[in-house]
Design a protein around this ligand. Structure first.
Ligand SMILES: Nc1nc2c(ncn2[C@@H]2O[C@H](COP(=O)(O)O[C@H]3[C@@H](O)[C@H](n4cnc5c(=O)[nH]c(N)nc54)O[C@@H]3COP(=O)(O)O)[C@@H](O)[C@H]2O)c(=O)[nH]1
Length: 747
């Protein structure tokens, strides 16, 4: 109406010429515009057209009075549109309207105008108002223009009304057509979307469904539901019949929870008849309306079997030692934490943690290769598993280190002791790799909750400390003892003090005599270190040698012992005491590549220059066996220097006889644990006898240490033991005391 093809509402054509022609005919026919009327119209058209400009003026005045139409006009002007151009077009429209034959172009323009009116939301009622304005104007012209005969008024008015109807009809047609086109467009979009969604749902592997929970009616069931649940699709929860009986209750409870408005996820097993059980996750998402009522629940169900298996596999990988299949450190830690929590709740329970480090494992790897080592670790795992209860945990922590967790035990110390003894006993039996018979030992440390620590980390580190001590002392196992823990505050202080002990000359050597059993003569001494601590008094080696070993201070300490012992031995030589001196060498010092060279240097010069035959180096059998290849080299080098070697604490470790017989060893010291009680314990006597025989058969001399009474000395004499050492003969003595004893014994 107000628009033309140059108006703000101007758009491309929407009709065809043929269609317009038909439309024109149809309009004229329906509006019953007769020839007489057309004739009259043709006669008065020029008169009527004269009023076009005054109509346009009235029309725009009218448009400006209504806010909505006024806004459209001002928007048009704001966009650079010129009102006079609109007015020109409106005037043309007025004149066209008076044509008996609407013409294709005008019809098309009217349809356009209707179209753009719709697009710009110009309401039909405004258009009707405008046509009313036309009618009003034309009636006034009829009534007032003298050029129009009064007899013609009625017929002319009738045809003008019909023309106005035609004009308005065409515009409405355009308006309606635009609305329909838009509806079609939207409909198409919805249909496309619907087809996409349907396609998507059909190809979605998850079961999807939706239930109107108020009326218990299905709203949607995805095609996958039928594919997966087949016949078992009864709503509200599909596949319920196939759900594992043990899991049904959980699923139903989850549904109840969803009905109360909470989104729930639940996992359960679903088993199709004849099929394997599979895991499915169900998600129930409630839809809550404005009143807070759950009106609908959307369900999703998907097969999680494979992802569950993957998670399980990952869990196994993360918690299992791949070589032995045993739990690893992480799982042990987890179980240890849980056991501690349970024991804490109970109040009367203890937890025992046993750490176990294999002896001689390195030898197996070095001599038989890594596949042998791996196989032995597997065998150890199996053997230990067979000794434990289902509720215990055996873990491999790495290398040759295993751990046993005894959770929730009433008497931790007793239970752990029993288990440890069973483990150690089981090592009496050999392990086999191909045709090799292999004997293993173990150093074991035990810590207990709550006695030795309140958390997993404390228990682990304390069992480790105990294990380290057990290995160092060649004792099968040890419970954690805070007195020997290098990590306690006092121990740390002691460690720091030890660093200054050498500079401050606080270390001292004591000497324990060794006698020839047959003659009773003192033939040598064992140098035993002591620390004259300024505050703690005289400390024994077990109280500080382990720290020295760990901190590396053992190297200067061993050097000091060797220098002091050699110097002292030389002094005694001068004084006429022909004594052999035995020096203890710890594991780290024995591994020190410079040891032999240092001994050679000391023996050849100055105040330590001595015949090498006066020196004996004592190493425990475990030190020697832990790295037999290196041990053999060092022993050979010592023999070349003329220094003797004694195997200390013999019988507490696991020596390979095949090796022993090949090594340049001078003597064996049967461990005091067998000697001390041999007067009362026949089995100890039997062990000592066997050791004496073994030593002699291998061509070694034998020293019995720990001789605490005369009865023991007599038995040793009868058994053919060569030398003896022990409190019965003499305690370790200071230089002064020893010299007094030497003087007495020689006088
Ligand atoms: N690396 C080094 N180790 C050393 C050095 N000096 C000593 N040690 C080692 O420390 C361990 C403990 O030694 P110690 O406390 O001196 O005990 C020795 C003797 O006192 C003790 N002994 C001797 N006779 C008896 C006895 O009749 N009964 C009894 N209960 N104990 C006795 O035995 C220890 C000597 O043992 P051993 O060495 O096996 O001959 C000990 O392992 C020392 O080796 C050092 O300088 N460096």
């Amino acid at each position: 109406m107000i628009g033309t093809d140059q108006s703000p509402f101007s758009h491309a054509g929407i009709n065809t010429a043929g269609k317009q022609l038909k439309m024109n005919e149809a309009f004229n026919s329906f509006l019953q515009i007769v020839d007489a009327e057309l004739k009259l119209l043709a006669q008065y058209r020029p008169v009527l057209e004269e009023s076009a400009d005054s109509f346009v003026e009235t029309f725009y005045k009218y448009l400006r009075e209504f806010p909505a139409t006024a806004e459209v006009l001002s928007d048009y002007q704001a966009g650079g549109g010129l009102l006079f151009k609109l007015a020109t077009k409106q005037s043309k429209h007025f004149k066209d309207l008076l044509s008996g034959d609407i013409g294709a172009e005008s019809a098309d323009r009217l349809l356009h105008i209707g179209h753009v009116h719709y697009r710009y939301k110009i309401e039909p009622v405004w258009m009707m108002g405008a046509y009313q304005l036309y009618l009003e104007h034309l009636r006034q012209v009829l009534a007032s223009n003298p050029k129009i005969e009064s007899d013609d008024h009625s017929l002319l008015e009738s045809v003008l009304i019909k023309l106005l109807f035609r004009d308005m009809g065409l515009m409405m047609e355009g308006y309606w057509g635009a609305a329909m086109a838009l509806v079609q467009e939207e409909k198409k979009k919805v249909e496309d979307l619907q087809s996409q969604v349907t396609n998507l749902l059909a190809n979605t592997p998850q079961v999807l469904w939706s239930v109107d929970v108020k009326n218990n009616l299905p709203l949607y069931v995805s095609p996958t539901t039928i594919k997966i649940c087949k016949l078992d699709i009864e709503l509200p929860i599909p596949c319920m019949g196939w759900t594992h009986p043990e899991d049904r209750e959980t699923v139903l409870m989850a549904w109840e929870e969803a009905l109360s408005g909470t989104r729930v996820e639940v996992e359960s097993r679903v088993q199709e008849p004849g099929g394997d059980p599979r895991w499915f996750r169900r998600v129930f998402s409630p839809f809550v309306d404005a009143d807070g009522n759950v009106t609908r629940i959307d369900g999703l169900m998907d097969d999680t079997t494979e992802s569950k298996k993957t998670i399980e596999r990952l869990h196994i990988l993360a918690t299992t030692d791949s070589l032995t299949g045993l739990p690893n450190r992480s799982l042990l830690n987890d179980r240890l934490n849980r056991s501690i929590a349970t024991a804490q709740r109970d109040g009367n329970m203890q937890v025992a943690l046993i750490l176990l480090d294999l002896d001689h494992f390195k030898e197996i790897n070095d001599t038989l290769g890594h596949p042998a080592g791996d196989e032995i670790l597997r065998q150890v795992g199996k053997r230990l598993t067979s000794l434990l209860r289902e509720s215990d945990t055996l873990a491999r922590l790495g290398g040759d280190e295993f751990a046993v967790l005894l959770p929730e035990v009433r008497n931790g110390q007793e239970s752990a002791q029993k288990v440890v003894q069973t483990i150690l006993d089981s090592f009496i039996e050999p392990f086999w790799y191909q045709n090799n018979e292999l004997y293993l030992g173990a150093g074991i440390g035990i810590s207990l909750f709550p006695d030795n620590g309140e958390d997993a980390s404390a228990l682990m580190s304390r069992a480790d400390v105990a294990m380290y001590s057990a290995k160092h002392k060649d004792i099968g196992y040890l419970f954690y003892d805070p007195k020997t823990d290098p990590h306690t505050q006092e121990r740390l202080q002691l460690n720091s003090d030890l660093r200054h002990a050498l500079e401050r000359d606080e270390l001292v050597l004591y000497y324990q005599p060794q006698i020839n059993i047959r003659t009773g003569k003192i033939i040598g001494v064992e140098a035993l270190i002591r620390w004259q601590h300024p505050e703690l008094g005289l400390l024994l080696p077990d109280q500080f040698i382990p720290f020295a070993e760990r901190s590396g201070l053992i190297h200067p300490l061993t050097d000091w012992v060797i220098v002091t012992a050699l110097r002292q031995c030389k002094k005694w030589q001068f004084a006429g005491h022909d004594l052999r001196i035995a020096i203890n060498v710890s594991a780290r010092s024995f591994q020190d590549r410079k040891l032999v060279a240092r001994l050679e240097e000391l023996l050849s010069a100055g105040e330590t220059c001595l015949p090498a035959g006066h020196i004996e180096i004592e190493i425990t059998e475990n030190i020697l066996m832990s790295d037999i290849e290196h041990g053999a080299i060092v022993l050979q080098q010592l023999r070349e220097l003329g220094i003797s070697v004694a195997i200390d604490d013999f019988g507490t470790g696991y020596s390979s006889l095949a090796y022993l017989k090949k090594l340049p060893i001078h003597s064996m010291k049967v461990d005091k644990s067998f000697v001390m009680n041999m007067a009362e314990d026949e089995s100890d006597t039997a062990i000592v006898l066997s050791t004496i025989d073994l030593a002699h058969n291998l061509g070694f001399s034998i020293v019995a240490e720990g001789v605490e009474n005369k009865g023991t000395l007599d038995i040793l004499n009868k058994l053919g033991c060569d030398y003896a050492q022990g409190f019965h003969i003499s305690h370790p003595l200071s230089v002064d005391m020893l010299e007094k004893l030497l003087d007495q014994s020689e006088s």
